[in-house]
Each structure stands twice: as C-alpha cells, then as structure tokens.
Design a protein around this ligand. Structure first.
Ligand code: NAI
Length: 248
C-alpha cells in the first residue's frame, strides 16, 4: 500500500521536468495521475506511458493552464474519467527574465498568466470537486525567489510570491472543508530551465548552497509527496523551501 493509494492527482505542466518527476513519484505511491501540458506530443505520450507502467491510471491532457475556459473543461474531463481529484499540483511555469527597465509588458503579462493565473484557474475549478469529497491537498510550485526576490526576475518572483499568498489564502478559506494548501519553494534544481545557464553561473550558485549541490527533481517530488499524502494532514498554509539550505 503506497502513501497515495486510491487517490487521484492532477498535475499541471508535467510532460517533463519537475512535474514529470512528481507524477512518477505519486504513481509509485499508488496515485492515479492526470496531467496537463501545452501539447501532449510524443514526449507527453511517453510520460503518460512511464506513469502507467507503475500500475496506475494515467492520462495527459493538452491544455493551456493560463486559459480559464480550457481549465474548466480539462478539470471536468478529469473528474469524469478519474472519478475524483484529491491532489492538485500547480506546477506549470515559465521564465521571461529581464531587468525592470528592459522588461516588456508582454514579458510581464505572460509570466503572470502562466505561473499565477493558471493556479487560480485550477484551484477555482478543483475546489468544488474537493469540497464534495470533503477534502483535498493543493500544492503550488513557487520558488525561493518568490520569498527573497531576484534581480532580473521581477515578473517571475512576483508570480511566485503570488502563488505563496494564494496557497495561504486558500488554506484559510478552505481549511474548514478539509482542504489543505501549501507551497513548495525550490531552490536551484537541475532541469531544462537551469541547464540553459552557463557552467560559470551554475558553479557560482553551488558555492552559495550549504549542501554544495543543486537539487534534483526527486528532491522536489519527495516534498510534494509528503504534502500530498496524509503524512502532512496537519500541515496547511506553509511554504517549504527545498533548496539545500541556500536561504534560511
Ligand atoms: P520545465 O520548463 O522543464 O517544465 C515546465 C512544464 O510546464 C513544461 O512541460 C511546459 O511545456 C509546461 N508549460 C509551460 N507553459 C504552460 C502552460 N501555459 N500550460 C500548461 N503547461 C505549460 O520547468 P521545471 O524546471 O520542471 O519547472 C517546473 C516548475 O518548478 C515551474 O513552475 C518552475 O517555475 C518551478 N521552479 C523550477 C526551478 C528550477 O530550478 N528548475 C526552481 C524553482 C521553481
């Protein structure tokens, strides 16, 4: 019996990266997994097959998380096809970095829409389902920069701070209905997003981390599993930094 046996998880932006690692870990713990991404191409289908190979029900849905109507539709489909939604992970995210003076309105709007509005869309659509079930766990994928800020990432940092405040607000509103909401703030995690950085920048980052390494997607998936499962049944409205001790 896994930590998540019998539960259904819905994870956004999970065709690759951190979202995919969470999907696989949840499946190992017995959860059925529905996930979204902008497109479900060969890569998305491969992710779906890898999850299903753990012996659970798995399906990828093509949907733009920033789109309110598409989100309502996808949540309706997941509810119909999986029967319940017990865990929601708002993971879809992008960066469009730039210093304030050079940041365009389009860069600002895109990052706020994909990172923050998407979470509102999914929480808004999933909460009625979770209320009828008398419980659920919502996890917003924030970032350490949402707590501490970061030069050159004002749009991204603001979106991640918003995800933290959103989780805390939902925790307060929905706690009486048995719904918990928390945020994970990863530090420097080895994914496509960070592999794009130069070796020099990556070394500089590692030197600032007490554990002297970047995080792995498994480090984040383990924390997500804790927050998704009944192991954290009395934890709500929290932000957990998973960053090797980089920010204390
Ligand atoms: P990634 O770029 O590898 O994966 C993100 C996924 O989201 C991709 O599959 C992408 O297609 C999907 N996506 C993008 N826009 C979407 C939309 N509008 N609708 C649906 N799906 C969409 O990124 P990674 O590194 O796996 O990041 C996952 C989350 O973790 C993001 O929210 C990111 O901000 C956050 N994070 C990552 C850190 C890192 O060091 N990699 C550090 C802190 C936070």
């Amino acid at each position: 019996m896994g930590l998540l046996t019998g539960k259904t998880a819905l994870i956004t932006g999970a065709a690759r990266g951190i979202g995919k690692a969470i999907a696989l870990k949840f499946a190992e713990e017995g959860a059925n997994v529905a996930f979204t991404d902008l497109v479900i191409d060969e890569n998305g289908k491969a992710t779906e097959a890898e999850i299903a190979a753990k012996g659970v029900k798995a399906k990828g849905y093509a949907s733009n998380a920033a789109d309110f109507a598409q989100t309502e539709e996808v949540v309706k489909q997941v509810k119909e096809e999986f029967g319940s939604i017990d865990i929601l992970v708002n993971n879809a995210g992008i960066t469009k970095d730039g210093l304030m003076l050079r940041m365009t309105e389009a860069q600002w709007d895109a990052v706020i829409a994909v990172n923050l509005k998407s979470a509102f869309n999914f929480i808004h659509a999933c909460v009625p389902v979770m209320m009828r079930q008398r419980g659920g766990s919502i996890i917003n994928m924030a970032s350490v920069v949402g707590v501490h800020g970061n030069a050159g990432q004002s749009n991204y940092a603001a979106s991640k701070a918003g995800l933290i405040a959103l989780a805390k607000s939902v925790a307060q509103e929905m706690g009486p209905k048995g719904i918990r909401a928390n945020a994970i703030a990863p530090g420097f995690i080895d994914t496509a997003m960070t592999q794009a950085l130069s070796d020099e920048i990556r070394k500089e980052w590692a030197a600032k981390i007490p554990l002297r390494r970047g995080g792995t997607v498994a480090d984040i998936a383990n924390c997500a599993t804790f927050l998704a499962s009944d192991m954290s049944s009395y934890v709500s409205g929290q932000v957990i930094q998973v960053d090797g001790g980089m920010n204390m």
